[in-house]
Design a protein around this ligand. Structure first.
Ligand SMILES: Cc1cc2nc3c(=O)[nH]c(=O)nc-3n(C[C@H](O)[C@H](O)[C@H](O)COP(=O)(O)O)c2cc1C
Length: 169
């Protein structure tokens, strides 16, 4: 038997990026923060994320059959907080536009990927949602927001760290 707290603690040692998966439900934008986003296949171009069975946003995204993945940047912790909440109108204070494909794209993100929902697989207390990329773009030069052991941070390449250590020495 694996203790669930220990499972979380150990798996928390693996860092992730932070994305908002969003869709239009009727005329209303819906979205949720995920750390489980990953690329899956180049040919065909598939991506995936893992929605919790308890998520209230996921059934609305699934119903829309299309979603956009918004890769959050380091200055977007407030966006992350809003979109990971259970608030009714999560997009109320979010600056976003609709891309040509009609999906919500949040201003200030690193990049976005617009997908058709290709498949949904059962995976314990989560689902594995597979999307087929239809359009995508790098949106800015911002650095991506990272999540590690319950805290947010940013990427720091070794070379810069070594240069800093050189200067400090
Ligand atoms: C950094 C971070 C990563 C998260 N990753 C996931 C994830 O991969 N899958 C998921 O279902 N929820 C994830 N969540 C939680 C959801 O964002 C949150 O529970 C959900 O949006 C709650 O609202 P909902 O009921 O509208 O879905 C994450 C939250 C944070 C802050």
């Amino acid at each position: 038997m694996i203790d669930s707290m220990e499972f979380r603690r150990v798996l928390g040692h693996y860092p992730t990026g932070v994305c908002v998966v969003s869709a239009m439900d009727g005329g209303t934008p819906v979205g949720m923060v995920v750390g489980s986003f990953t690329s899956v296949s180049l040919d065909p171009p598939l991506v995936a994320f893992l929605p919790d069975r308890k998520s209230t946003s996921w059934p609305r995204i699934e119903r829309a059959k299309r979603f956009s993945v918004n890769i959050l940047s380091t200055h977007q912790q407030a966006v992350c907080q809003a979109l990971s909440s259970k608030a009714g109108d999560k997009f109320g204070a979010i600056d976003y536009r609709l891309a040509d494909c009609g999906l919500p794209v949040i201003e200030g993100i690193v990049a976005w990927i617009a997908c058709d929902l290709e498949a949904v697989h059962d995976a314990g207390d989560h689902f594995i949602a597979i999307g087929r990329a239809q359009s995508l773009s790098v949106a800015s030069e911002h650095m991506p927001l990272l999540f590690f052991q319950g805290r947010y941070g940013q990427f720091s390449p070794f070379v810069e760290r070594l240069q800093r250590m050189d200067k400090e020495a």
